[in-house]
Design a protein around this ligand. Structure first.
Ligand code: C2E
Ligand code: MG
Ligand code: MG
Length: 680
């Protein structure tokens, strides 16, 4: 053989091999004689397998079956015929093929070549898809609620029939228009927020959104926005609109309240935890990073206190708006509590997170206008990163909190990442302080009351109010531990105010109920006492609750009385109001009784260290007795603290001490116990 025959042979071998092994194209050559007798000349693998699969007795019979369903029974008029999407019924199953038939040889025997491309699966898929689409469209179209489909730029792509009925618009006029055009000005802020939040992948709601009717008036609506997701990428959202006037079910409103912060419209703490859980699962599978950024405004309490809470709220809304500018698909914003916000940044590296933090801090440092007045706010930021700092929700939030605390402690107005050594250099105390900062808001504080017993008559006409803190992380924390913390950080002002307020409320309650007149003593920290307007605060509280001044007692320690002139002025002011003044923990400071003579003091409370063991330790007993005698000679009453034993009661009685308090009589107890045991 010469070379060209070799090549031809090689090519034809190759083609035969390809056809033989082709997995998709069924290929066969068959012969039919004039008597319509049918025989197979050739089948490739795909054809053999298919014919075997359709389960007929012999391949020739199944091929004959196919042949009989084809519209050509005898000679092909043209030498070739192609049938697209041709349905074949084989063994009760319907198949779809693209079929090509070629008449290879004509004569006594006709030889045909047939290739068949199996399209059954493709066609089924197409059919299912069309059915789903039709079902979906009919669901949307016939829905009782108005539904818009909106793309990620806020452009309306579609609206259902109800929408044009309810809002009066011609659908054609609305498609390709921005949805924001329909939203009333005052609703726009929350609407834009909702849109951003939805585009980050979570269904979001909005209450009381005003949407304009074609005729110009506005309709109050309840909105639900559902992200349209294509392979985890949000490409837009469906907006379901319900006319609030006709809405009888409150389920939606409840859902809204459960996941949104009422003041700012941002997601709330609950949403934060749920979203973070989802985000962590996702980041874990994508092996990407997540940054948790806690943002806390610096000295917000000061603004709140000096401007009042409604301005405080206004300010928080403005801050939320500014931070809201940074919400997008990869960064979601939450209001954690009071003045604390949290960003979750998905798929951001440390460098990107740093840049983000810098822009946030810049944004917040711009002046804020409230009632035409300019205010400046700064914020501190603490950041933890997944997976670097941990993989649990609480752990990451806590670590961001620790980082935030360090930022606050080291001069505020900057951001910090969590570092392991923060656990060491800022042990529990730092963490405790950050928890204490939110104790009031989280309703973790309460007051217990300890009765003060008249040693002569056994009567109880006064109680000491003692603060209690039950924290979710630390459990019950002793005031000996948290009061110094509150004092160091200045939080004591706010906490002290809270205690005063609660005590006045209690006194008022008793007065209204017509209970007998009793007195409550409140512990006052030196810082509180040294405030210039302390007496004014007390007077305002007494007026506010309209209680009799002599039912309130303030306990002041010697350490609060460092400046004699100031102390005297303050004590006189307090005395003028008519409240009772006592010196707490007397004997542990440096002041002498003769020094105290100058002050208008009503009661001396002997520190418990002198009472403890007084029945065994003669020196302690002697000191206590001397204090009692001297106090009496100055016209002051005496209360002994920390009385635990009957022997101590005897000694105190013998020394003419009027009153005592201590575990011997009662521990400090909740108000309900006081009401039950002493007020009825
Ligand atoms: P304090 O004002 O000297 O209060 C008396 C403390 O002695 C209370 O401790 C009370 O529970 C405890 N105590 C009472 N009877 C006995 C007894 O028989 N034996 C013993 N061992 N202890 C007794 P607590 O409640 O732990 O308060 C500790 C301190 O924390 C208070 O000392 C007070 O200085 C401060 N504190 C408590 N509440 C407040 C508050 O509302 N404001 C401020 N600024 N300080 C507070
Ligand atoms: Mg006290
Ligand atoms: Mg005391």
């Amino acid at each position: 053989m010469n070379k060209s025959t070799d090549t031809k042979q090689a090519i034809s071998n190759y083609l035969v091999d390809v056809i033989q092994d082709n997995l998709f194209l069924l290929t066969c050559i068959l012969k039919k004689n004039r008597k319509n007798e049918f025989s197979i000349i050739y089948l490739n693998n795909a054809a053999t397998n298919f014919l075997a699969k359709i389960n007929t007795v012999s391949q020739a019979l199944s091929l004959e079956n196919i042949w009989n369903q084809l519209p050509i029974h005898t000679n092909l008029e043209q030498k070739q015929q192609v049938l697209y999407n041709f349905p074949l019924k084989l063994e009760d199953e319907l198949y779809v093929f693209d079929i090509s038939i070629v008449l290879i040889e004509e004569g006594y025997n006709n030889v045909y070549g047939i290739t068949m491309n199996n399209k059954t699966e493709e066609e089924t898929e197409k059919r299912v898809l069309t059915e789903v689409k039709e079902k979906y469209l009919s669901l949307v179209n016939n829905n009782l609620d108005s539904i818009f489909s909106i793309d990620e730029n806020g452009i309306i792509q579609y609206l259902n029939m109800v929408t044009s009925k309810v809002f009066g618009y011609d659908p054609v006029k609305l498609v390709k228009k921005p949805i924001e055009k329909l939203i009333e000005e005052n609703s726009l802020r929350n609407f834009q927020l909702m849109m951003k939040q939805t585009l980050s992948g979570y269904a979001t709601e909005m209450q009381n959104c005003l949407i304009q009717h074609d005729k110009g008036h506005y309709i109050t609506t309840y909105l639900k926005a559902i992200p349209i997701q294509n392979k985890e990428i949000v490409t837009g959202f469906h907006l379901i609109i319900r006319d609030t006037m006709t809405d009888t079910d409150e389920q939606n409103q409840l859902f809204y309240l459960a996941y949104h912060d009422h003041l700012t419209g941002l997601w709330n703490r609950r949403a934060l935890k749920e979203h973070l859980r989802d985000n962590l699962i996702q980041a874990n599978s994508l092996q990407s990073e997540i940054a948790i950024m806690r943002i806390d405004l610096d000295r917000f309490k000061l603004i709140n206190e000096s401007l009042g809470y409604s301005y405080g709220d206004e300010l928080l809304k403005k801050i939320a708006d500014r931070l809201g500018l940074y919400i997008d698909k990869m960064s979601n914003l939450y209001r954690q509590s009071g003045d604390e916000f949290v960003f979750i940044l998905k798929g951001k590296s440390r460098e990107e997170t740093s840049l983000f933090s810098e822009s946030i801090l810049m944004e917040l440092s711009k002046p804020i206008y409230l009632d035409h007045q300019e205010y400046f706010v700064t914020a501190s930021v603490g950041i933890s990163m997944f997976p670097h700092d941990g993989n649990k929700i609480d752990e990451l939030l806590l670590k961001a909190d620790q980082a935030l605390y360090v930022a606050k402690d080291r001069g505020r107005a900057h951001y910090r990442y969590f570092q392991e050594q923060m656990n060491l250099s800022f042990p529990n105390e730092a963490l405790m302080e950050s928890h204490l900062r939110r104790a009031i808001e989280k309703e973790e504080l309460s007051i217990h009351f300890q009765p003060q017993v008249n040693l002569v008559t056994g009567e109880i006409n006064s109680f000491e109010a003692l603060l209690r803190w039950n924290n979710r992380k630390f459990g019950y924390v002793s005031p000996m531990q948290f009061i110094p913390l509150a004092e160091q950080s200045g939080m004591i002002m706010q906490i002290g105010d809270w205690v005063l307020e609660e005590v006045c409320k209690q006194l008022k309650y008793w007065q209204e109920k017509g209970y007998r007149e009793v007195r409550i003593a409140v512990n006052i920290s030196p810082q509180q006492f040294k405030q210039e307007n302390f007496a004014v605060k007390i007077r305002d509280k007494i007026r506010k609750y309209n209680i009799s001044p002599c039912s309130l007692e303030v306990e002041i320690t010697e350490s609060a009385m460092t400046d004699m002139q100031d102390t005297l002025t303050m004590l006189k002011e307090l005395k003028d109001i008519g409240i009772v003044i006592s010196i707490d923990d007397f004997g542990t400071g440096y002041s002498s009784l003769s020094y105290l003579k100058k002050y208008p003091i009503d009661i001396i409370k002997i520190d418990q260290s002198f009472i403890k063991d007084m029945e065994l330790d003669e020196k302690n007993a002697a000191i206590a007795t001397t204090i009692i005698q001297l106090a009496h000679s100055l016209g002051m009453e005496v209360i002994a603290e920390g009385v635990e034993k009957d022997k101590q009661v005897e000694i105190l009685k013998a020394a003419n001490c009027q009153k005592a308090q201590g575990y011997y009589f009662s521990r400090p107890v909740p108000i309900d116990d006081i009401n039950k045991s002493y007020m009825n």
